[in-house]
Design a protein around this ligand. Structure first.
Ligand SMILES: [Mg+2]
Length: 124
């Protein structure tokens, strides 16, 4: 495990609510504030593209050039997560509630879609 992750493990765990509040404080600390919804979707697409580029280099058909530095899946996921949190904040969406709602949907509507591992009831 990476050093930053080890040090993070010794700190109190942040809830999604904590994370949303931290991102809100950071963004409101700048005069520009939140981007427009369309601007955030563009940022999301940018970061998704950066993650896709990294995945393609690692697992796909497009190797990096010899002089390109190794990227970080963790950092690209982190960038994507930050934009997701920003968008949720700007729209007044509680991500913990959104998570519970989507898990309920997967556990009900999609409960027979996948093959459960024996004795585990389909990942509940
Ligand atoms: Mg990025």
């Amino acid at each position: 495990m990476k050093d930053w992750a080890d040090s993070a493990d010794r700190r109190p765990k942040k809830t999604l609510k904590d994370i949303q509040a931290e991102v809100d404080r950071m963004i409101r600390g700048y005069q520009e504030g939140y981007f427009s919804p369309l601007g955030m979707i563009a940022r999301f697409a940018e970061e998704l593209g950066e993650l896709a580029r990294e995945v393609h280099h690692r697992f796909g058909e497009k190797p990096k050039k010899a002089d390109e530095p190794e990227g970080s899946l963790e950092m690209e996921l982190g960038d994507l997560f930050f934009v997701l949190v920003s968008f949720a904040n700007a729209q007044g969406i509680d991500l913990a509630e959104a998570y519970e709602a989507v898990m309920h949907k997967y556990r009900t509507r999609d409960s027979r879609r996948w093959t459960p591992v024996d004795g585990q009831g389909g990942g509940r």
